[in-house]
Design a protein around this ligand. Sequence first.
Ligand code: BZD
Length: 804
Amino acid sequence: MDATHFADRFTTTLRHLRGVDLHSASDVDLRTALAHTVRAELIDTWQTTHGNPSTTPQRHVAYLSAEYLLGTQTRNALLATELTDTAREALASLGLSLDDITSREVEPGLGNGGLGRLAACFMDSLATLEIPATGYGIRYDYGIFRQTFQDGNQHEQPDTWLAHGSPWEISHPERAVTVHLGGHVDGDNTTRRWVPERHVLAIPCDYLVPGYKSHTVNLLRLWSARATDAFDLTIFNSGDYEKAVAARTYAETISHVLYPEDSTPQGRTLRLTQQYFFAAASLHDLLTRHLKAGRSLHTLPDAVTIQLNDTHPVIAIPELMRLLLDEHGLSWDDAWHITQQTFNYTCHTLLPEALEVWPLDILGPLLPRHLEIIFAINHHFLDDLRRSGADELRVRSMSLIQEHPVRAVRMAHLATVGSRTVNGVAELHSELLRTSVLAQFASYWPDRFTNVTNGVTPRRFLALANPELASLISDTLNVGDRWLKDLDLLRGLEDHVDDPAFIAAFREVKHNNKERLARTLANRDGIELNTNAMLDVMVKRLHEYKRQSLRILHVITQYAKMKNGLIDLATVTPRTVFFGAKAAPGYRLAKETISLINAVATTLNADDEIRPYLSIAFPANYNVTLAETAIPAADLSEQISLAGKEASGTGNMKFALNGALTIGTLDGANVEIRELVGPDNFFLFGMTEPDVVQRQRDGYHPHTVYEQSADLALAIDTISSGAFSPSEPGRYESLVSDWLWNDRFMALADYEDYARCQEAVDRHYANPDQWTRSAILNVARTGFFSSDRSIRDYQTRVWQRPTK
Ligand code: BZD
């Protein structure tokens, strides 16, 4: 398509779809028409992909995830279809700017953080690698809340991403699937029949996922809940109109809002309803397609492989059993064989409180037949276990049912028992799964466990987010943009690490990215960014284990020392410390940490003497769109979780690929990043995971650490003195007392080593040649972290592994 053709289609779409001409078009009209013009291209490709089913006998991949943190769509679709320049030229010929139009696009924030963003990167790679796949999830009316700060405190506003409709969505109400809920189970010992009480409709809302320069467009199918006509029939018949309308509303609340808790799942009926709602609708879709193709259910595991993104969709396991047993009349053994060979489970955590359990008194009333099936699965499993010689202690700890503090289903155990493979998301994490969290399962079924280290898509996080670096790479490697599909080619940059022209160009790109971020922050947040300072970035969900507290304590020490004349300002490497973080709305300590960071920012940034040397930028509402501007501008990437707590991290990979150096612990994928970039190009500090275990065993007393570290005490005492809360000196007492007397994630224990390591960062940065060399080597050596590599690993280790 040439620019004239594009312009023509665009103006036609504007007229036919929006009923306006160029002169009367609003921002929304322009954005919508542009999206539809590009979408039409994708649909044509999609129809050719699906009209010609793959001739290679590979399984169809179904990715089940309660979250997809997609980011904006238009620029990505243009990149994938190689229409960016055409669109730019076409719009310019109409007096419009592509960048203006796309810069106002609203991102669908249908996820909390890393897990949801990983799902989005994987969808991109599946299509790019031309693997037939469908992503299934929930079309929340409200995604992750919009964060605002009022007096430095986090407030949550509803995310109205659908206010002007979603031009990328194709919804099919006529293809609705009915999902059943509640009721009871009838029948005798041999035939059981679920008699549900309520029914809701699941409407498929499809998003096309284009592969980069590929012939494949896959589908992301998100389910939206609607009331059925029959839903409230009994109530209507009873004449209670108001109650009947209320019942409809109930049905529609199912897909209303994304739960914003990412680490402490709260046992809420609505959350379980969401999980079952999308699991059941997705399985219905998969089975219908399988049967329509004239295939037997016994061949399901050869045709389809289902990846469970954490335990959120794990209720799909008993649902498939129910369908096979109750609806299709298969025997238990056949049904179990098919089920267990179809599912795979990815675990994303190590924190015990993040492992989902569903109390029987929530699960039973909502899904009575599923609870029976779970008990039956458990019965068979525990029998096998006993036969293998396990004692009762072991049987109890491996059971799918926990007895205390309340009887509940352990979803991670159900997932492990019901899957062909179980994987962690980085080498260290998979190892810890095998040796601690799921150790008993790993020794029972050693072959079931594997690792797939996470990855990120270079299309969004290099080509779109960092176009200047992308074109420098293309010019330097002389392979066009082939490297975007074969990220190991970045290795070729090592040959240029001593080339003065390349070094200068690389440095200029970083500086330009800082200028771009500065413009964004000025417009978006009214924040002024010093583009001549080192940009030190910590962006991620706010959580104690990630230790934003460690970062802010160190900033406070530096500030206090500068104020007290303990640091000669003339020797200081100027830094801006950038934070982006949302806290779960009910997570008190996390919200206090946000308040503290904002208070310190206010003090530092108002101090004319200090500001040129040390300042804080903390824009509210960090999201994928802001990440795309912040990451390419970063010099230093803060990955400072307590060792053994961050499953992988994926921000860490995005920073390294964009030429930031990492200061980090030996946690998650940091371990692999450091191995690849080399110890000289990575700032390592802190306890190792075994150190942490030992220190806990020995008895950890943070107050003693405080007494022994003058710098740490200076930071904490400065907070307690009210330096950042003059009208209320005790404002941060809850944080201070938690550090001194609890400090579950041992920020204090790692403080001294962290401070030492930050000095090494300053020295390295003070030598620009040395720093740039390290930054280039980070880019050159981190091609491994492409999500294309992760997906290939899933193909060989999980999805295309022969069935039993
Ligand atoms: O998953 C994250 C881990 O914390 C990261 O270490 C890892 O890199 C990514 C991807 O594997 N986990 C989450 O993001 N988890 C959630 O968002 C979540 C959401 C709802 C409920 C529980 C957890």
